[in-house]
Design a protein. Structure first.
Length: 175
């Protein structure tokens, strides 16, 4: 979460690098949902404002910035916290391929998820991700919850990315 430590010029907006949007772009081997690709191409993958985001994700305690490109999503989705046992326990991140049993929420499988929004301010350690454990074409949306103050638990925000975009009012158009 928030693996790069740069601050954006304007709250809620990361520098737009809408590059690498091939016909079926992937991030760390995971295909971006068609609705997300369309929103990015149409310039509609835009932060709706902190107040609107808090209405949709009330437990997300700190502001986030949307990542504007597949490249930025890949950079923020390395999953390095899962590689350290202490960090893994605190951030509830694991590499599912290393476990005997499938992992479910409140854990984030870093091999089957990617981040689409990360903390605006370094050190806040919050994020919104796509969780492909439910569907490879329209994954569920999850977000970090630090409600306990001690560990991060990942919670479902919407059953699909399409539903998340609808709730935010991003107004995506179909092909």
């Amino acid at each position: 979460m928030g693996e790069s430590k740069r601050r954006s010029a304007e709250p809620g907006v990361r520098p737009r690098e809408v590059i690498g949007l091939r016909s079926h772009p992937k991030v760390n081997g995971l295909p971006l949902p068609e609705v997300l690709v369309l929103l990015m191409r149409q310039g509609r993958w835009i932060h709706p404002g902190d107040a609107r985001l808090r209405e949709v994700i009330p437990f997300l305690i700190e502001p986030v910035d949307f990542l504007g490109s597949a490249k930025a999503m890949a950079a923020e989705s390395t999953g390095f916290l899962a590689d350290n046992p202490r960090d893994s326990r605190i951030f509830h991140e694991v590499r599912g391929s290393r476990l005997a049993e499938p992992v479910e929420l409140p854990w984030r499988d870093v091999e089957r998820s990617l981040l689409v929004a990360v903390n605006r301010y370094p050190g806040d350690d919050v994020g919104i991700g796509l969780d492909y454990r439910t569907d490879d074409t329209d994954p569920r949306v999850i977000a970090s919850d630090w409600g306990t103050g001690e560990v991060c638990l990942w919670r479902e925000v919407a059953p699909t990315f399409s539903e998340f975009a609808r709730r935010l009012g991003l107004g995506h158009r179909t092909i």
